[in-house]
Design a protein around this ligand. Structure first.
Ligand SMILES: NC(=O)c1ccc[n+]([C@@H]2O[C@H](COP(=O)([O-])OP(=O)(O)OC[C@H]3O[C@@H](n4cnc5c(N)ncnc54)[C@H](O)[C@@H]3O)[C@@H](O)[C@H]2O)c1
Length: 366
C-alpha cells in the first residue's frame, strides 16, 4: 500500500520555500529525518509552552534538539540576548552544520534569523511561525535583525531560512489582540495586491481557524511572490510598506510613554488610513474605495486619536525612515483597492493634513 500523499502547499519566496497546509510540519520532518545535522530550537516562554509539544509530536526528528528560551517581547531583539545565544551555541560546541529552528512570532524569527546569519559566518535555520503576523509576514522574506539605541531593526542581515513551515493550528493559543495584529498585514496584502483577497478578509472569521487558513495561505502567497520578484526591495517589495511610513512613526511614538503602546499592526492600521486619505487627496484613489477602507479599518481597530500637538513629533520620527529620499517622504499609495504605486513624494504638509483628518475620524466633532 502506498503512503498517503502529504497535504502541503508550497510557495517560492525566491531564496526559500514557504510550506503550508495540514502536513506542513511533516514536510519539515521529512527534511530533518534525511539530515544528520544537530538542531537547536529557539523559542520564547509562550511559544515553547504552547507550541513546542505539538512541534515535537509532528517532527520526531527534533526530539533530541536542545531548546534555547528567550523572554517574550520586542526587548529580546537585543544585542545582549544575541550574545547569550552565541555563547550558548559555543558552550554546546555547535559547529557550522547545526540547524537553528526558530519557533515563534516575528521576534523569534527576526532574532533567530540574525543569529543564524552571524554565528560562524552563517548557519542554516528553519522558521516555524506561531503568530499570525509571523505566518503571513515576518517569517517570510529573509529579513532578519535586532533593535539598537531605540531604533527598530537597525542591525541586521538578509539570511534565507531553509524553509518556512506554517502550521495554522498554532494560532489556537494566540489572543484576539495578537490575531488582529496579524490581520492588519493581511488587509494590507489585499489592498496593495489583490482586491478579491481584501473582500474575503473583510468578513474574516478570526475565531474559526479552518476558515482563516485559506486566507493565511493567500496572504503568505502574496508576501512570497513579492519577495521572490524583488528580494532586496529595489522596487516592487516597497508595496509592502503601505501604511508603514506613518505607521512606524506612530508605533515609535506610542512607545515614548505619553500613550498606550500600540502593537505594530495597530499602528499600521493608523498609517493605512492616513495613506489611503493621501491617495484620495492626490486623486490616485476614488472616494468610494477610500470610504470603504476607512469604515472597515476603524470598525475593527481602535487606534487612539493623537492631539494636534503630537503631529510635530510624528513628522520628526518619520524623518528617520529608511525610505526617504532627497529630504522628501516617499510613500506607497493606493491607486485602487488591490493596486498601489511606490515611491510617491509626499510633503510634510500633506502628512499633517492626513493626521488632522485622522483626528476627526477617530474623534468626531460633536
Ligand atoms: N522580518 C520581517 O520581514 C518582519 C516583518 C514584519 C514584522 N517583523 C518583526 O516581527 C516582530 C513582531 O512579530 P509578532 O507580532 O509575531 O510578535 P512576537 O513574536 O512578540 O509575538 C507576539 C506575542 O505572541 C506570543 N505568541 C506567539 N505565538 C504564540 C502562540 N501560538 N500562542 C501563544 N502566544 C504566542 C509571543 O510570545 C509574544 O508574546 C517585530 O519585531 C517586527 O519588527 C519582521
Amino acid at each position: 500500500m502506498g503512503r498517503t500523499p502529504l497535504k502541503v502547499t508550497e510557495f517560492d519566496a525566491g531564496g526559500h520555500a514557504v510550506l503550508l497546509g495540514r502536513d506542513a510540519l511533516q514536510g519539515m520532518q521529512h527534511v530533518l529525518a534525511g539530515s544528520a545535522a544537530e538542531c537547536f530550537i529557539l523559542g520564547d516562554a509562550n511559544t515553547l509552552r504552547h507550541c513546542l509539544p505539538e512541534l515535537l509530536g509532528q517532527v520526531p526528528a527534533l526530539r533530541s534538539a536542545a531548546t534555547i528560551a528567550v523572554e517574550p517581547g520586542e526587548a529580546s531583539k537585543d544585542i545582549g540576548v544575541c550574545q547569550d545565544i552565541w555563547r550558548h551555541l559555543i558552550a554546546n560546541a555547535a559547529d557550522r552544520q547545526v540547524i537553528l529552528v526558530n519557533l515563534g512570532g516575528g521576534v523569534v524569527t527576526d532574532l533567530g534569523g540574525f543569529i543564524a546569519a552571524t554565528y560562524k559566518r552563517g548557519i542554516r535555520c528553519m522558521h516555524v511561525p506561531t503568530s499570525l503576523l509571523g505566518m503571513v509576514d515576518a517569517a517570510i522574506g529573509g529579513k532578519t535583525g535586532i533593535d539598537l539605541a531605540g531604533v527598530k531593526n537597525v542591525v541586521g542581515a538578509f539570511h534565507d531560512p531553509l524553509g518556512v513551515y506554517v502550521h495554522v493550528p498554532f494560532l489556537k493559543s494566540l489572543g484576539k489582540r495578537e490575531l488582529l495584529n496579524g490581520l492588519a498585514e493581511m488587509i494590507k496584502h489585499g489592498l496593495v495586491r489583490d482586491a478579491a483577497h481584501w473582500e474575503a478578509i473583510t468578513t474574516a472569521p478570526l475565531h474559526d481557524l479552518d476558515a482563516l487558513a485559506p486566507l493565511v495561505e493567500r496572504s503568505a502567497a502574496i508576501k512570497a511572490e513579492v519577495v521572490r520578484l524583488d528580494p532586496r526591495e529595489k522596487d516592487l517589495r516597497k508595496v509592502l510598506n503601505f501604511g508603514h511610513t506613518i505607521g512606524h512613526a506612530v508605533e515609535a511614538y506610542s512607545w515614548e510613554g505619553s500613550q498606550r503602546p500600540l502593537l505594530h499592526g495597530e499602528a499600521v492600521v493608523f498609517g493605512m488610513v492616513c495613506a489611503a486619505y493621501i491617495s484620495c487627496r492626490m486623486d490616485l484613489l476614488d472616494r468610494g474605495s477610500y470610504d470603504r477602507i476607512v469604515q472597515h479599518l476603524l470598525g475593527l481597530y481602535k487606534p487612539y486619536a493623537l492631539e494636534s500637538t503630537d503631529h510635530h513629533r510624528i513628522i520628526e520620527l518619520m524623518r528617520n525612515d529608511k525610505k526617504n529620499a532627497a529630504g522628501e517622504f516617499r510613500f506607497t499609495l493606493l491607486t485602487g483597492i488591490g493596486s498601489a504605486e511606490v515611491d510617491v513624494p509626499v510633503s510634510a504638509a500633506q502628512v499633517q493634513d492626513a493626521l488632522e483628518q485622522m483626528r476627526t475620524l477617530i474623534k468626531p466633532v460633536e
